[in-house]
Design a protein around this ligand. Sequence first.
Ligand code: ATP
Ligand code: MG
Length: 353
Amino acid sequence: MEENQSKNIILTGDRPTGRLHLGHYAGSLRRRVELQNSGRFDEVYIMIADAQALTDNSDNPEKVRSNVAEVALDYLACGLNPDIATIFIQSQVSELTELAFYYMNLVTVARLQRNPTVKAEIQARNFEASIPVGFFTYPISQTADITAFDATIVPVGEDQLPMLEQAREIVRSFNSTYGETLVEPKELLPDNSACGRLPGTDGKAKMSKSLGNCIYLADSADEIKSKIMNMYTDPNHLRVEDEGNTKDNPVFIYLDAFSTDEHFKKYLPDYQNLAALKAHYERGGLGDVKVKRFLNSVIQETLEPIRKKRAEWEGRLDDVYEILQRGCIKARAAAAKTTKRVKKAMKIDYFGE
Ligand code: ATP
Ligand code: MG
């Protein structure tokens, strides 16, 4: 394995099945931007996984196509910088499909069936017996995406842990069968556990496009406010005097994920920090409306600059597509290098150069 082995390389991405939401921001996007700006990485690849989105949306190509631009706008709005990060579209790098095909030989059906994320997603989509083969094998395609760029670090939310585990297994299997060729990736989870799996506004375990319980990065100030004021909280906290639960309460989990002591100084100076607010809620005497109003201020402050920047980029869609096109070209060149190495290792390189 040559030059790339000693590099620090990031790969991560999102499925263009809808606009990005606070869960994406907390779980992965915010961290990506920090890492991008840290200067610690030699290369940063951000992939819009349209091919993967088609595995469970094959009948809706228009949805996937239109959301490619939406996701790109969300990226640029959050501060991903195309001068540093290579933003590209998965389907335009055909080497990724090629690698996935070879890796399929190294994975058993039983192993895929055991993957907890795949299991949960099959259930959520009511796929059971009718699961498309492409969807079933997407952990393999994800391994192709990661290894094609020799990624060392993959910043993701908690739901992706089994995917990274499976990717490492495939890498080890490949390397032991064909000789050291692929780089083993590591996940990078948010250090704040509230961010690893942000719940939905309805209190369900995960904020997810498919569940319709999201606050989108592009939501207007009014939409955000109304979603927050209608959020699920502790169902047993009926009167202000009642003792409240902050643990399974999404309002407090969002505060865990987004509020800072500065926010308290600015919007709720009666409390020094989140611990003090939680203590009051738990012993009783603090109403939900007050907490939600504070959360609204925090989220508005977080999302306003993103929304503004998004609106600017919306007026420059041609530039957005040009950024994507440049990204695809660059990503393809990198993936082609790896594919060449892979084919050589597998002894399917017949004609020298
Ligand atoms: P879909 O329902 O189409 O699968 P999704 O909302 O699960 O969409 P993905 O595109 O599958 O979003 O996920 C992209 C990235 O965002 C992954 O790294 C994932 O871990 C992270 N992520 C998604 N939802 C959340 C969440 N609620 N909390 C934290 N991270 C999340
Ligand atoms: Mg998902």
